[in-house]
Design a protein around this ligand. Structure first.
Ligand code: 5GP
Ligand code: SF4
Ligand code: MG
Length: 465
């Protein structure tokens, strides 16, 4: 998901809408904004669909007045699709000291047991979302301020969370102790501050990047002042390495590094680890493009856009009829036949999950007359599900959980298949000595099975670590 908050700006909801638009890649299913105005109080709007189709309408934006607002764009994960409008964040609660809205990015690994416990003690849940636990835990805290109640609540949850919250006067940002999901702060004008999942959302409104919220840090922003605290036991940070590979936008900066640079460097590392004699390097657009440029640069094999992506392919278009569904990847991607005919093609993509996309793309490339297809993947084999907020299917549906690299090559049907090594990925992300096995610098559980937070809700459901 993507989260954004703004304080000290006239009609803050407009800035939030723009910020969410820049974060749309983090969630396309739905979006919501809560705003507060000293005269008109809290107002909110929650809508299915893209930000641009909802939060651009003057009538809607006029209903969200005030200098303080937060918002959320929702990512559909298989198990927790927003079925009703009540599932859309931010969530809101009234407390003795006033209202508070909360937007959460990440996934809580003990949400199911917390929910059961909270319901037993009288909580009335409005949604099916794990994030709603935060509001109910706040309600049960005896702390005097919203911020202290948020800290209390977040000390009870496990998993990954970057949270943006607002009261009548304060904008609050928190990151879990491992800092699995990103969260940054920006400044705009004299008194304006914003919090966002990624720096690309600061750029769109012309805000200046101030700094990242640190893992385990809470910031409370009011009247142009920032208070910082550390409400959790300190831990060694484990930022999600998949943010670098796929999830974040390439024009964002993470930990002082450009995401594009890291992806480009992954391609360079891949060319060193898995060279091949070929005529063309083609990305699977758009996620494979920076790595393909890096591969081409390092190998000297010419880069070409052998596949074109239809930019207007919305998610809602995917399902209409069985016949169209079966056309699958063709609706989105098309091979530039005259480019690839007779060529030995290095095809670069970011990841192989189920493998179904890879298989169809290979078919299209071979149908177009390519002589050989050498598949190069900008991440190690995805052999484990993510429980921290990235949508991966059950372990049984992950190709790499069932097959060796050679078996995957044969199943996809390509001439060769190579994944970047975990060490190569770490080097590309700026860790010159590679992965520190004793104390890994990132979360890489979907590749390594090394889960930094035990997925406790999974216990007893047939998931084995
Ligand atoms: P596969 O067919 O192997 O399951 O799909 C792999 C493709 O899915 C890759 O091209 C990659 O860009 C894309 N992908 C990787 N991770 C995610 C994700 O978390 N969500 C979505 N929607 N697509 C993903
Ligand atoms: Fe990121 Fe993978 Fe860890 Fe999930 S399991 S947080 S996708 S590195
Ligand atoms: Mg892709």
């Amino acid at each position: 998901c993507g989260i954004f908050g703004a304080i000290g700006l006239a009609d803050a909801a407009n800035f939030v809408a723009l910020g969410l638009h820049a974060l749309q890649h983090r969630g396309q299913e739905a979006g919501g904004i809560v705003a507060h105005d000293p005269q008109k109080g809290f107002n909110s709007a929650h809508r299915f669909g893209y930000v641009r189709d909802n939060f651009t309408k003057a009538s809607l934006m006029e209903s969200l007045p005030g200098p303080l607002a937060i918002g959320h764009v929702r990512y559909s994960t298989a198990g927790s699709k927003a079925a009703v409008i009540r599932d859309i964040q931010p969530f809101f609660g009234e407390f003795s000291m006033g209202g508070c809205a909360v937007a959460h990015n990440g996934n809580l690994t003990n949400a199911e047991s917390l929910r059961r416990e909270l319901i037993e003690h009288g909580a009335i849940f409005q949604s099916g979302s794990d994030s709603e636990c935060i509001i109910h835990l706040m309600a049960r805290s005896f702390q005097k301020t919203h911020a202290d109640r948020i800290a209390d609540a977040l000390r009870r949850v496990e998993g990954a969370f970057s949270v943006i919250a607002m009261t009548r006067t304060k904008l609050i940002g928190v990151r879990d102790p491992l800092g699995v999901r990103p969260l940054v702060m920006g400044r705009l004008g004299d008194q304006g501050y914003v919090l966002a999942s990624e720096t690309c959302a600061l750029d769109i409104i012309g805000a200046e990047f101030v700094r990242e919220i640190a893992p385990g840090e809470m910031v409370v922003i009011q009247d142009g002042k920032i208070e910082s605290s550390r409400p959790f036991h300190p831990a060694t940070p484990r930022f999600c390495i998949f943010e670098h590979v796929y999830f974040s936008r390439p024009d964002s900066q993470i930990g002082g590094r450009s995401v594009y640079e890291t992806r480009h460097q992954i391609g360079v590392e891949l060319a060193r680890e898995a060279p091949v004699e070929a005529d063309l390097v083609c990305p699977v657009p758009d996620s494979g493009t920076p790595a393909a440029i890096g591969y081409s640069h390092e190998s000297g094999i010419p880069f070409a856009l052998g596949i074109t992506r239809n930019q207007y392919m919305g998610r809602t278009f995917i399902e209409p009829t069985e016949h169209i569904r079966n056309m699958g990847v063709r609706l989105k991607l098309n091979v530039n036949k005259s480019l690839v005919r007779g060529k030995r093609v290095v095809l670069v993509d970011d990841s192989v999950v189920r493998g179904t996309t890879s298989r169809k793309i290979k078919e299209m490339i071979l149908d177009a007359g390519a002589a050989e297809v050498h598949f190069r993947i900008a991440s190690p084999p995805t052999a484990w599900p993510c429980f921290y907020g990235v949508d991966t299917p059950d372990r049984g549906k992950l190709l790499a959980a069932r097959m060796s690299e050679d078996e995957m090559r044969d199943w996809i049907g390509v001439t060769s298949l190579k994944f970047i090594s975990l060490d190569g990925l770490y080097r590309a992300a700026g860790e010159a000595a590679g992965r520190n096995a004793a104390c890994p610098q990132y979360c890489d559980a979907c590749f390594s099975g090394d889960y930094p937070v035990a997925p406790s809700d999974q216990i007893g459901k047939g998931f084995e670590m």
